[in-house]
Design a protein around this ligand. Structure first.
Ligand code: ADP
Length: 315
């Protein structure tokens, strides 16, 4: 299509499980860098083409503009099979790299608040627009030159690459996935993203993955959720026992109380811990909503969120 000719492709700058990423510039303005993400389509998509629904949803993402969401400039297909996403160029890495670089990077509770506020704004915005991300995790939070974090890699692109790929065959992490998805709830909503946000919050504080099941089987994840959050029961989650995939491994563990959460996450204060507990509530209907997250007392409590220019960068 003509869309393709608007960009001049440069060198490959990265490669992931599902895509190769190239640097490119606008044909009309060689100083304007973009990133072109070329999705490796799975066998189904390669055979039957890209579904109209997928394209429509991705086109919809193109209409979204928010300072904390990666800008999708354009989408084009090279031979009816490849899918190319033209994205904002964000070469500064992602939040995971900062969390893991304990040697060179230190950050404060004010920095955590700043990052979490940007994430919360992004999630609220997509939910308002009827979109779920479904794959929020630190390596999908890219860092802009300004220090702002940008939610990237909407699960959708992934779904398109490999719609029917077997669990054993993929390396998509399930550490940020909420209990209702393990229990195969038929109807789920924005609460899935809020749970993932809670996992990111806990990880920022502890500098380790909060629910790091290993091997990362679904059963081990459910066990870990029971151990570290509490066992889902009819008392704390009415209707849970009727879900198709409901299992409770071992003894019922009581839902973790405030004191236990405080012991691990005191660094973000009482209001931070209260918000964390709201995000990691087992019952998705009782879990705080994205709107509730933004309205929480944590943001107004001391310390104030760091300014963008004061946030730590990669060493
Ligand atoms: P993964 O999520 O497995 O890292 P991606 O396919 O999202 O894989 O990206 C692969 C690599 O390409 C990233 O690690 C990063 O180095 C680079 N990259 C991805 N998106 C961008 C972007 N918008 N701007 C600059 N570099 C990017």
């Amino acid at each position: 299509t003509l869309e393709r000719k608007k960009y001049v492709k440069g060198p490959k700058i990265g490669s992931g499980q599902y895509a190769d990423v190239f640097s490119a510039t606008l044909a009309a303005d060689p100083t304007h860098l973009v990133a072109i993400k070329k999705i490796k389509l799975g066998p189904e998509a390669a055979e039957f083409g890209i579904s109209y629904d997928s394209l429509r949803e991705i086109k919809f993402l193109q209409e979204l503009h928010h300072p904390n969401i990666i800008q999708l400039h354009a989408v084009f297909s090279t031979n009816g099979q490849n899918l190319n996403l033209v994205l904002e160029h964000l070469p500064q890495g992602d939040l995971l790299k900062l969390i893991q670089d304990t040697q060179n990077v230190t950050y404060t509770p004010a920095d955590i608040k700043s990052w979490m506020l940007m994430l919360a704004r992004a999630v609220h915005f997509i939910h308002l627009n009827g979109i779920l991300h479904r794959d929020i995790k630190p390596n999908n939070l890219l860092i802009a030159a300004s220090g702002a974090i940008k939610l990237a890699d909407f699960g959708l692109a992934r779904a398109m690459a490999d719609p029917f790929q077997a669990m054993t065959f993929n390396t998509v992490t399930i550490w940020y996935r909420p209990p209702e998805l393990f229990f195969q709830a038929q109807f789920y909503g924005g609460a899935v993203d809020v749970w993932s946000m809670g996992c990111v919050f806990a990880e920022l504080v502890a500098r380790e993955v909060f629910l790091r099941a290993w091997p990362d089987s679904e059963m081990n994840m459910v066990k870990l959720i029971c151990d570290k959050v509490g066992t889902p029961t009819e008392e704390n989650w009415p209707g849970v026992s009727k879900l198709r995939g409901y299992v409770t491994p071992g003894e019922v563990v009581a839902v973790r109380g405030r004191e236990e959460w405080m012991a691990g996450f005191r660094a973000v204060g009482e209001s931070g811990v209260d918000l964390l507990m709201g995000m990691l509530t087992l019952d998705p209907r009782r879990r705080v909503t994205a709107e509730g997250v933004l309205g929480h007392a944590y943001w107004g409590a001391e310390p104030r969120a760091s300014r963008l220019e004061d946030l730590p960068r990669r060493g």
